[in-house]
Design a binder for this molecule. Structure first.
Ligand code: ATP
Length: 210
């Protein structure tokens, strides 16, 4: 198996109307979560959009991003191999839980059904395969979104305030689940958040923008 790559953000500088919005030069090791904090408007969402490949053309970027030997910043979004987790689970409403999970599994994968069953079991949702996502609680939907992300076999993960819409009790449970899963999968991850409890749970280095 190919070893997991480091996500290398090399001397990246993003400007808006000729002014520097942010500058970042960091390596994120496999299994590490780099947390990015900063006030509103400091460029957190822009940084995620830049890494994911859908930054608005009003911004200009310099620098390079690598995953192992692959240069990412020149690839189209769908070829970057990144997994994204947002505030909302963004499950497909017209697909069952199983359909949502199957959507994440690459074509080439053998034993898709076994992987799906294992994913559901891992997050305590065995028996939920045929359920309509709208009939699940917010926490259950968040767990399906996490497993869909992991089943898609990303090479690195971007997290945009993924716990902010969950209620307090559930939030801590999801933090533990998400960060344990990312660590076990050995994926480099970048987390954008306003919440210091997220940062603490992520357990990795922190940078402040702005
Ligand atoms: N499409 C756009 N066109 C012009 N300016 C934009 C655009 N999108 C964002 N901006 C500006 O770029 C700056 C950075 O915005 P960004 O959304 O990245 O900040 P943020 O740190 O994610 O903020 P928040 O915490 O409020 O989500 C802000 O000044 C914002 O007004």
């Amino acid at each position: 198996m190919t070893p997991n790559p480091t996500l290398l953000i090399q001397q990246v500088q993003i400007t808006l109307h000729g002014e520097t919005l942010l500058a970042i030069d960091r390596a994120i090791a496999p299994g590490e979560v780099l947390t990015v904090m900063g006030p509103s408007g400091s460029g957190k969402s822009t940084l995620l959009a830049y890494l994911a490949g859908f930054m608005s053309p009003v911004f200009k970027a310099q620098g390079q991003v690598f995953l192992a030997n692959t240069r990412l910043d020149t690839l189209p979004a769908e070829k970057r191999g990144l997994g994204l987790l947002f505030q909302d689970p963004l499950l497909f409403p017209h697909l069952s839980v199983g359909g949502n999970l199957r959507f994440g599994i690459p074509q080439r994968t053998a034993n898709k059904q076994a992987q799906l069953a294992q994913a559901l079991h891992q997050v305590g949702l065995s028996g939920y395969e045929d359920r309509d996502p709208a009939t699940l609680s917010g926490g259950q939907q968040a767990r399906v979104a996490l497993m869909r992300l992991l089943l898609s076999q990303p090479r690195a993960v971007l997290l945009d305030e993924p716990f902010s819409k969950l209620d307090t009790a559930l939030r801590q449970e999801m933090r533990t689940l998400v960060f344990n899963q990312l660590r076990d999968a050995g994926l480099p991850a970048l987390l954008v958040t306003h919440d210091h409890a997220d940062t603490k749970a992520a357990g990795g280095p922190v940078i402040e923008l702005g």
